[in-house]
Design a protein around this ligand. Structure first.
Ligand SMILES: [Zn+2]
Length: 346
């Protein structure tokens, strides 16, 4: 995950990269924000930037810096295969007294990759088919945290731990974690991630630095649905037929919006694709709102684990091109071809 993939948080990101560049990284931080506003994306991109071997600095454009996305460290973090990157998250009981996040790590990694870290705790629980009320962060998780943080890092760099939905930590688990927060080990970073209205225990809150996201990206997106749905639906229909003349007219229409609208539109498309994927993979409801029930029922089946990554990449590249003031007609045309190809791979 690179910072360029996150929408609407440029100011916060510029602040974070400056602190990392200055070497003023605080060992325990609390990222507060809705996943759909990018809270978990910020955590992911933050660690990728922290470990990047060739950070990139820009003289123009909205972002001042980003990870390179290509060095071995970036690749391992982007694919969640870095051996020193650990996750703890609310996990459901499975009948065993030793159950912890470790038992669901494969599912969690897949969930992050598939949703590009925009999935919520509700989405994750539905994917696991469990009741949200029984999911929690347990004392077995704290024991796991203490274990992994006491190991020597494999790669000789940072030891990284992300605690997703830390508010789900029971008192016992929190008390065990406190010692780790009070006596930080060198080259160790712990990121706690929680939604706006969720509270962590005061003893923990007083020992972490808070990073707050710009709220409302996600609410805006909901409002935009009504405005953008017709445009998206006619575009999707054309992607199946690929009649050049019609597609070209559609691309003209999309690129005639102003740049901010184009970005919002792409963000909206990416949200719809995420919903379609969650419907086909986990049966979650998805509303495209085409007014044509047949189309609304058919389209989500086109987005599967075989193409969600291709679709995400194509959308992210288009968004990046438009943020960098590229010729938007070209960006939308290229996106159309890539989307059309990806949809055929379902
Ligand atoms: Zn890198």
């Amino acid at each position: 995950m690179r910072f360029q993939d996150i929408v609407g948080q440029d100011e916060l990101i510029n602040h974070l990269t400056e602190i990392i560049d200055d070497g003023r990284v605080s060992h325990a931080q609390h990222i507060v924000g809705d996943e759909r506003d990018g809270s978990m994306q910020v955590a992911w991109a933050y660690l990728q930037y922290l470990c990047c071997e060739h950070r990139v600095h820009y003289h123009e454009g909205p972002l001042r810096a980003d990870s390179c996305g290509e060095c071995p460290s970036c690749r391992k973090i982007a694919t969640l295969q870095h051996p020193d990157l650990h996750f703890v998250f609310p996990n459901p009981p499975n009948g065993s007294p030793t159950v912890s996040s470790a038992d669901y790590m494969g599912e969690f990694r897949k969930f992050l990759l598939d949703t590009q870290a925009k999935g919520t705790l509700d989405d994750f629980n539905k994917m696991l088919s469990v009741d949200v009320k029984t999911s929690m962060i347990r004392s077995t998780d704290s024991a796991h945290i203490i274990d992994v943080l006491s190991m020597k890092p494999y790669e000789g760099g940072w030891r990284m731990l992300v605690i997703w939905n830390a508010f789900k930590m029971g008192t016992e688990a929190a008390n065990e974690l406190l010692k780790t927060l009070e006596e930080p080990m060198p080259k160790t970073i712990i990121l706690l991630v929680d939604n706006y209205d969720k509270k962590i225990l005061p003893t923990i809150a007083s020992r972490v630095q808070t990073i707050r996201l710009r709220e409302g990206q996600h609410d805006d997106a909901q409002q935009n649905a009504a405005e953008f749905a017709p445009m998206l639906v006619s575009w999707l229909r054309l992607l199946f037929k690929l009649k050049m003349k019609d597609l070209s007219a559609q691309v003209d229409k999309m690129s005639s919006m102003d740049r901010e609208q184009q970005k919002t539109y792409l963000n909206y498309v990416s949200d719809v694709m995420r919903q379609c994927y969650l419907q086909s993979a986990a049966g979650l409801p998805c509303r495209i709102g085409s007014g044509d029930e047949k189309f609304d029922a058919m389209f989500p089946t086109m987005v599967t684990e075989n193409n969600i990554e291709l679709i995400n990449n194509a959308l992210n590249d288009a968004l990046f091109a438009i943020e960098r003031n590229a010729y938007s007609k070209l960006a939308f045309m290229e996106l159309s071809f890539r989307m059309s190809k990806a949809l055929k791979k379902r």
